[in-house]
Write a protein that binds this ligand. Structure first.
Ligand SMILES: C[S@@+](CC[C@H](N)C(=O)[O-])C[C@H]1O[C@@H](n2cnc3c(N)ncnc32)[C@H](O)[C@@H]1O
Length: 399
């Protein structure tokens, strides 16, 4: 069955659902003292606050399963719209030894991705944004043919090239800025372009050039918000028309929501994030009082492992960055408790955004797929691995 009608109806349904839900998923709950959509959906905020911690955490991981939000929100329609086919690997597993020098998770992603790459005999393989060329090396080894990896960082090209030579694999890591004028020279009807987790503008550029020049594409997109434009302009004409018809707008910040999923984070990292958030919210309460202004003050995030040892230390760190002078007699314990309390509240309100996260990501992938459909290509969209391996598990492929 041709894939276009299925993609088209999914694209239209998701645009409508996302547009109708804009007032709910767009506001960031931690920035607002009152629930931003409280009056629009009476009863929902109270139901969320009544959830136990376990139930709230379960819904973070599985927003569509047995969701109490279904009494207010179109949970089933959203679930159906994001239920994509799993694109099974065409080939068997690759030898584990080939994963030497590659992180365990990345290697499993590469195995799953490579399983979807079945190049035509006459096609030359080109990896877009190749890093050290782990995928290129794997495919060169599997298929016994040259793979060209495009990468702009000279140090990655050098170390990746050395790795390929050590393993005697036919890989050429080519220094290339894929945003440059001449990047299209690497693509053509006889080329099969691969991109595993290429970010926003980088994969958009690949799609544009592949649509223009006719290369086959296997792409797992990532980081849609890494883009120069602050307001999203759909890549496909259909995407632009649907956005206009339904009144859907997307800013760069909105795009970031599509990839804010922590499903692969280990428990320790999750705990660290919750504590960082609670402290941030505790500091927010404190700064509102100290500055006498009831408004949110954005504080930069602390890199993992850099979080000060205690709440007071965190507040001093944040105050210094934001030029806030703290009094000497702060009741740290009560502001920290307020932060944790608010964290629990925000975490529950965030469940509304969780529900729309995957729909937004699938919508963005559909826009990318549709750009290729408009170029006359037969396109498939599905998942290439379980989301436990990477939440960025969507794959767009042309034949
Ligand atoms: C997210 S990494 C993905 C790397 C690899 N595909 C993987 O899955 O591990 C993106 C890569 O794109 C490269 N990159 C960023 N901007 C680029 C550009 N303008 N041209 C070429 N490569 C670029 C980065 O240096 C980085 O190696």
């Amino acid at each position: 069955m041709p894939s276009e009608p299925a993609l088209a109806s999914r694209f239209a349904a998701l645009t409508r659902l996302l547009a109708e839900g804009q007032a709910l998923w767009r506001p960031l709950p931690f920035q607002h003292r009152d629930v931003p959509w409280g009056e629009r959906v009476p009863g929902l905020a109270d139901a969320l606050q009544a959830l136990s911690d376990d139930e709230a955490w379960r819904l973070q991981d599985a927003p569509f399963e047995a969701s109490p939000l279904a009494d207010w929100l179109p949970v089933d329609a959203l679930a159906e719209a994001v239920d994509l086919p799993h694109l099974a690997a065409a080939d068997g597993a690759l030898p584990e030894a080939w994963g030497e020098g590659i992180g365990a998770r990345k290697w499993r992603q590469i195995q799953a991705f490579a399983g979807r790459v079945a190049p035509k005999r006459e096609a030359s393989l080109v990896e877009w944004c190749a890093g050290k060329g782990h995928l290129s090396r794997t495919l060169a080894r599997r298929d016994g043919r040259l793979v060209i990896g495009l990468e702009w960082q000279p140090s990655l090209c050098e170390s990746g090239q050395a790795l390929a030579e050590r393993q005697r694999q036919a890989v050429r890591l080519q220094r290339q800025d894929v945003m440059a004028e001449d990047a299209g020279d690497w693509l053509g009807p006889d080329r099969h372009a691969l991109a595993l987790h290429a970010c926003g503008d980088l994969h958009a550029r690949l799609l544009e050039l592949a649509a223009e020049r006719g290369a086959t594409v296997t792409l797992a997109p990532c980081c849609y918000h890494r883009t120069a434009a602050s307001d999203y302009r759909a890549l496909s004409a259909r995407g632009r028309a649907l956005m206009a018809e339904h009144g859907l707008t997307l800013s760069r910040e909105d795009l970031a929501m599509a990839v804010q999923e922590t499903v692969t984070a280990p428990a320790g990292v999750r705990h660290h994030r919750r504590r960082a958030n609670a402290w941030r919210l505790g500091f927010d309460r404190l700064q509102r009082e100290v500055r006498g202004r009831d408004e949110y003050l954005p504080v930069p995030s602390c890199a993992y492992g850099r979080l000060p040892d205690d709440f007071a230390g965190f507040c001093r760190w944040a105050a210094e960055r934001k030029d806030v002078t703290l009094p000497i007699d702060v009741d740290w314990a009560s502001f920290e408790a307020a932060g944790w309390w608010r964290q629990a509240e925000v975490e529950r309100l965030e469940l509304v955004r969780h529900l729309y996260r995957r729909p937004l990501e699938v919508w963005l992938a559909l826009d990318r797929a549709w750009r290729l459909v408009e170029a006359g290509r037969e396109v498939r969209l599905g998942t290439f691995c379980d989301r436990e391996l990477t939440p960025r598990n969507l794959l767009i492929e042309t034949r």
